[in-house]
Design a protein around this ligand. Sequence first.
Ligand code: AHR
Length: 659
Amino acid sequence: MKNKGLIAALLMGMGMTVQAQTHEFVIQTKKLGAEIQPTMYGVFFEDINFAADGGLYAELIKNRSFEFPQAFTGWKVFGKVSLMDDGPFNRNPHYVRLAPAGHPHKQTGLDNEGFFGIGVKKGEEYRFSVWARIPEGDTASKIRVELVNTASMGENQAFATQELAVDSKEWKKYQVILKPEETLEKAVLRISLVSPQSVDLEHISLFPVDTWKGYENGLRKDLVQALADLKPGVFRFPGGCIVEGTDLETRYNWKNSVGPVENRPLNESRWQYSFPNRLYPDYYQSYGLGFYEFFVLSEEIGAEPLPVLSCGLACQFQNTDESAHQPVDQLDGYIQDALDLIEFANGGTDTRWGKVRADMGHPEPFHLKYIGIGNEQWGEEYPVRLKPFIEAIRKAYPEIKIIGSSGPDSEGKQFDYLWGQMKHLGVDLVDEHFYRPESFFLSQGARYDTYDRKKGPKVFAGEYACHGVGRKWNHFHASLLEAAFMTGLERNADIVYMATYAPLFAHVEGWQWRPDMIWYDNLRSVRTASYYVQQLYSLNKGTNVLSLTMDGKPVTGADGQDGLFASAVYNKLTDEVIVKVANTSDKTQSIDFILKGMKKGERLSAGRRITLSTPDVYADNTLDNPSLITPREEAIQVSGQSLHVDLGPNAFAVYILKK
Ligand code: AHR
C-alpha cells in the first residue's frame, strides 16, 4: 500500500486525479483463533440516573412507605393525615392514618407525585395496592383512589377512579385496578378518605399490570426488552459506586434487598449528592429491585449474573480518610456477606440463604459463576482487603470466578500497580474502567494486543464509554469510536472475556452522568447509537476470532491505516465469516476483503451488510426521534473468495459472509 500511496502522490503532483487507494484486508479463514466467550458482550446495571426506582423498577409511587427522612417527601397531604410509626413491617415502620376532616366540605387525603410525575397510558391497567386496616370501630372504611391531571382545565381532573373498602382491623393487602382514560406523562395519584371512619395505610403502591413477564413487583417492559434485545452474555449489577456507598452505612447491602418488598429498608443513594449541578436530595433506593430480581432478570435475558459486593471500602472518590473504611481486621461480616450471597444464589433449599431464595419463588439455583469484590477500588487499601475475601471464597466455593479491579485509571502507575496486585492475588478477571475522550479510543485499537498472555487474570472491560471533549453527551461520533475500539476487544478474545458499556440507563429528568446507553421518560424510551454498536457486536459475535491484517498488521487505526479499525470472526454454527469495520475518517474507504484458506472451488454464497452511520455525526437518537440512527441491513453481491466494499465516511459496518 505504501508504494501505491507514493504513486498516487506522484500522480497528484502531476495534476492527475486518482482513485482512493484500495485497502487489502487479508482474512485467514482456515486457522480458527481464540474462542469468543459467551460472556463477551454484556450489560452493566447501576442505580445511577434514576435507573432503578423511577426507571427499570416499574413502581410508580415515590416514598411508598413513608421512610424518607422527611416522611412526606413525594406526598402532598390534606385534611387530617398523621404519620404513625408502629406499622406491620419492622424495617419500614411508618404508615399514615387518615381521619375524617371534621366538616362535610373538608377532605382528608394525600397525593403522590411519582418520579418526575406518574406516567400512565390510556386503556392500560394499573394495579393500586395498599396495606390497610381500620384503626377503630367495626365499620368498614372507604378510600377513593384516582389518577389526576392537575394541569387539566376540564371539569374533572380525575381520569381514572376506583373506590376501595377496608374491612379489617388487621393489616391486610388490598388492591384495585385503575384504567386511565387518557395518556399522561405526569399524573398524580390521589387517595381520599370517603367514609366517616379512619383508615391506616402503608406501602402504597402503583404498578402497570403489563410489566416484563407480568410480575407484580415488576420491571418496566420496554426497558427490559431493550436489554433482552442485546442478548447480553453477562449482567453486572448493582454498581458501580453504589456498591461502595457515600459511606459504609449507605453501601449496597444485598441482604436488605431480598425477602418481602414491604420490609426491605430504604437506602440513601450514593448518587444524591455527587454532582451539585445535578443534585437529587430525594434519591433513595427502595431495594424493590433487589438481588433476587437481578438474578431472575439475568436468567430471563440469558446472561450470566455478575454481582459486585463491597470489599469494605466506602467510595474512594468521596472518602480520603482511612477511617471511613472498614478496618482490615474487621472484615468478617463483609466476607460473610459474600459467602452468603453465593449460598443465596446456588445453595440448596435446605441452606439458610438458599431457603430465602426458594421462599421468594426460585427453588432452583441461579448457577452463579462470577462475583466481583470491590467496584472501582484503588491504592494499597484495596488488595489488602481483597485478599481475605479471595481466601474465604476459594476455600468455600473454589468454582466461583473472582473479579478484582484495576481502578479508575486506564493506564499509569496506579493501573500497573493494581494489575500487579491482581495477578499476585490470583483473581480470575480484572475489571478495567475507562471513560475517556476521543483521542483515547482512537489510539487504543491495539490496547490488548500486547497484554501478557501468560497464565493470569483475563480482562473484563467493565465500564467504558467515549466521553467527547466539550461534548460529554450521547452522539454518534462517540459511538463510532467505541465501535472502532471494540474491534480490539474482539481481536483479543483470548484474554478479553467480558465487556460492558456504562452507564446503562438514564431518566431524562433525573440524570447525573452521561452519555448513557438507554434514555427514557415516564412513557417512552430510546436506544442510542452506542446501544446499537453494542447490539451489533453482541448479535454478531461469532464463535472464534479470525486473523485479519492489512500489510501484515492488525487494523487498529494506526498511522497509515486511514482511520480504519477492523476485526473478523467466524461463526461455526452458521459457517459465516463476520467482518466488522469502523471507518473513523471523513472519507469513503475502499477495501478488498481477501479470504485466505478457503478450499479450492469453495466460494462465498451470500452476503449481508449492516451499517450504522448518519450525516450529522454529532446527532443521536432522541425520545422524539428514536430511529434517526439505526442499523441498516442490505444484501451484498458476493462471489469467489474475495469481496470489494466501499465504506462511507464515519461509518461502522458489519459484513456477514456465508461460505
Ligand atoms: O458508571 C458510573 C460510575 O463510574 C460508576 O459508578 C463507577 O464505577 C465509575 O466511577
